[in-house]
Design a protein around this ligand. Structure first.
Ligand code: FE2
Length: 428
């Protein structure tokens, strides 16, 4: 890590930098002095990222790694264009995975004002990084980006799809990734590539990730708890009693008038580690649905609720519904979920509205989102009787944009060049 002494003469400690510094309620407030600007640009934060919080209008999670441990790490932030800034101390979390040591830092900004432009930067004793933008959620309409599975051998396709989407839809408040972010959850280079390729986006808008089965894979393709994923994303907390056991595996958050519920569908992979996952997650899901007062409910799950049969493989696999679908789809019906987004099969399928396992305009809209990496399964799946739109085979990459308004949720699927591939609307 590069670190520059702040002022010749060795005034390195934060407490000596500006006369207006004082601690209050655990937060360091300071009046920015001209001299503070000299800190800019020297602190080399890696994988700097915004992560979604339960209430995106008033809080934001910031995380990063540093090459070596930092002294007095924190996030300095201010209203855009203002000089007065605040410093929130960061928590340190050290872990090793795939032989790589991670000095990881996490800081949560709270008490933010809704629909407001802020700027933030990483700070430590005697050094700071570059300023980045941060926009809190408003209470009304918004857009977000939705990326299907990004797992890859080479993350250039991920970069092309994600950065192209973000450049075309710069108003997006956050982005979702529907699981299988990486091909192998233990391989450090995959995570590095995943973050680096989208750095301008993930420093500017928060990520809302969904855990996929590939996050649970070890270097020798067995399964483990998805340790890297669980460490890399500090996600909205679960209620007492579940937090210690299942923290960061499933969660929910609000953005505008939409309640998003993110499931962990890895029951099979995690059965030896978490035998009660299915039961406990269903109980939490019911509680989560009952407590929300938002107009719209959107569920995000890696594994799809429908089961597709193979086109050419000899292994019989009947068309129908998956174990995850049989478990959750009746609950989605019961609680009036508006839309369900999934991934896993690397194929874009709009199935329209389904209720009680049949076509029904009153049921949730089901979209399997496609792929946003370079792992392709050309011509693998037969069409399902409930498919209403299948993108051209073999699949290219794609992404989606959700426009959430007071009267409708509008999902648009796009090819990587920005041309429209499909559109679906939920109204109520
Ligand atoms: Fe998957």
């Amino acid at each position: 890590m590069k670190r520059r002494t702040f002022i010749a003469g060795g005034l390195g400690a934060l407490g000596l930098l500006a006369g207006g510094i004082f601690w209050a309620k655990g937060t360091l407030y300071r009046k920015a002095a001209n001299s503070m600007r000299q800190l800019t640009g020297d602190l080399d934060a890696q994988f700097l990222r915004q992560v979604i919080t339960a209430d995106s209008a008033h809080s934001r999670m910031l995380m990063w790694q540093a090459e070596s441990p930092l002294v007095n790490p924190g996030i300095e932030y201010r209203l855009k264009g203002q000089e007065d800034s605040r410093l929130v101390a960061a928590k340190q979390d050290f872990f090793t995975d795939d032989g790589v040591e991670n000095n990881q830092y996490t800081a949560e900004l709270t008490d933010l004002t809704a629909d407001t432009e802020y700027e933030y930067r990483v700070a430590a004793e005697g050094a700071a990084g570059a300023w980045h933008s941060l926009h809190t959620a408003g209470e009304g309409d918004f857009q977000c980006l939705i990326f299907p599975d990004s797992q890859s051998s080479d993350y250039s396709d991920w970069q092309k799809v994600a950065m192209g989407a973000w450049q075309r839809h710069g108003d997006a408040g956050f982005f979702l990734n529907l699981g299988d972010l990486v091909d192998n959850g233990q391989q450090a280079f995959q995570w590095r590539e995943w973050f680096i390729r989208i750095e301008p986006m993930v420093t500017a808008i928060p990520a809302a990730p969904v855990m996929g089965n590939h996050e649970t894979y070890t270097l020798d393709w067995k399964v483990r708890m998805p340790e890297a994923y669980l460490r890399l994303f500090q996600l909205p907390p679960l209620p007492d009693g579940l937090a210690a056991k299942y923290g960061n595996q499933f969660y929910s958050f609000d953005y505008g008038d939409v309640h998003f519920t993110v499931l962990n569908t890895q029951f099979r992979e995690l059965k030896d580690f978490e035998p009660d996952l299915e039961k406990d997650e269903v109980a939490w899901f019911r509680q989560d649905m009952e407590q929300t007062r938002k107009k719209w409910k959107v569920v995000l799950m890696h594994k799809d609720g429908l089961q597709y049969s193979f086109k050419h493989r000899t292994t019989p696999r009947p068309e129908g519904f998956s174990d995850e679908g049989r478990l959750f789809m009746p609950l989605f019906d019961q609680y009036g979920v508006d839309a369900v987004l999934s991934g896993h099969l690397h194929s874009y399928r709009n199935r329209g509205h389904i209720r009680n396992f049949r076509r029904d305009a009153e049921g949730p809209l089901y979209i399997m989102a496609g792929l946003a990496g370079n792992v392709r399964y050309p011509d693998l799946w037969k069409d399902h009787a409930l498919d209403t739109k299948v993108l051209p085979q073999p699949e290219t990459d794609n992404y989606l944009v959700l426009e959430a308004g007071t009267q409708e949720l509008r999902f648009r699927a796009y090819f990587p060049d920005g041309s429209l591939a499909d559109e679906a609307v939920v109204r109520k």
